[in-house]
Design a binder for this molecule. Sequence first.
Ligand code: SAM
Length: 274
Amino acid sequence: MKIATFTTVLLAATLLALPTITAAAEYQPQPFQQGKDVIWLPTPDGLVTKMLDLAKVTTRDVIIDLGSGDGRTVIAAGKRGIRALGIEYNPEMVEFASRAAQKEGVADKVKFVKADLFETDFSEATVITMYLLSSLNLKLRPKILGLKAGTRIVSHAFDMNDWKADDTTTFDGRHAYLWIVPAQTEGRWRSTLGELVIKQNFQFFEGTLQVGGKPVEITNGRINGDRLSFTAGLSQYSGRVSGNRIEGAVSGAASGTWSATLHSDNPVSSPQNH
Ligand SMILES: C[S@@+](CC[C@H](N)C(=O)[O-])C[C@H]1O[C@@H](n2cnc3c(N)ncnc32)[C@H](O)[C@@H]1O
C-alpha cells in the first residue's frame, strides 16, 4: 500500500512537472502579450505578402522589421532571398523567431536582435516594416525622415498623421500604408534657370521659380525619393536631388536640361523634421 502511494505521488509529481518543462522548451507567444511599448499581435501572413509587394522589395533590399514579434515578416523576406533583420525587445520572441528562421531554412539571410527599436540605428535599411501604434510611428517620424531618400516604410494599420501615405494596400479588411522618404529640398536654390524657392511639405512642395526675371508660382511640386518634379508656367521640370545639387530636364514651352545648387547660406531646415 505504502509503495503504491509513493508511486502514485511520484507519478503525479512527474505529470505536474511535465507541462512546465515542455512549456519552457517550447515557448509559445500569446496574442496580446505585453511588449515594451506595444503588445504582440501578428500581422496575418496574407498582409505580410501584400506589404512586401507594396514596397516592391527586391533582393537588393535590406529589410528591417521594427518590433519583429514571431519573425514572420523577416522570414517572409528571407524566403524571397532578401536580407532582413528583426529588432525585438522580448528576448524569448527573439529566440522563437530565430528558431523559426532555422526551421524555414532562411537563417543565412535573416537575423533577429534583442534591442529597443527606439535606441537602434536602422539607417542601413532600404525598407522598414512595422506594426506598432500611431503614437510610436510619430515618435519615429523625425528619424525616419532623416533616412536616405527613397527608403520605403510600410506600416500595418497605423499612419503617420499629416505625412500622407504614398500608397496603401488592404487584406481581409486590414490596411497597410507605404511612405517613400523624400529628399530634403527645402530652401533657396541657385539654378541655371533662375532662383528656385522650395517650401517642402513631406513629399509635396510649393514655391517659385524665376522665369525671365519674374517669380512664377510652382504647381504640382512632388518628391519621390530623390526625384522631384513640378510645373512652372508652361513648362514641366524634373530632376534628381543629390545632397545640395539637382540635375534635371525641362519640357513643354522650354526644353533642355537644368541644374541647381542650394545656397550655402541657406541650409536645409525643413519644418517637417521638428
Ligand atoms: C504588434 S507586434 C508586431 C509584430 C510583427 N512586426 C508583426 O507584424 O507580426 C509589436 C512587437 O513589437 C515589440 N516591441 C514593443 N516595444 C518594443 C521596443 N521598444 N523595441 C523593440 N520591440 C518592441 C513587441 O514585443 C511585439 O512583438
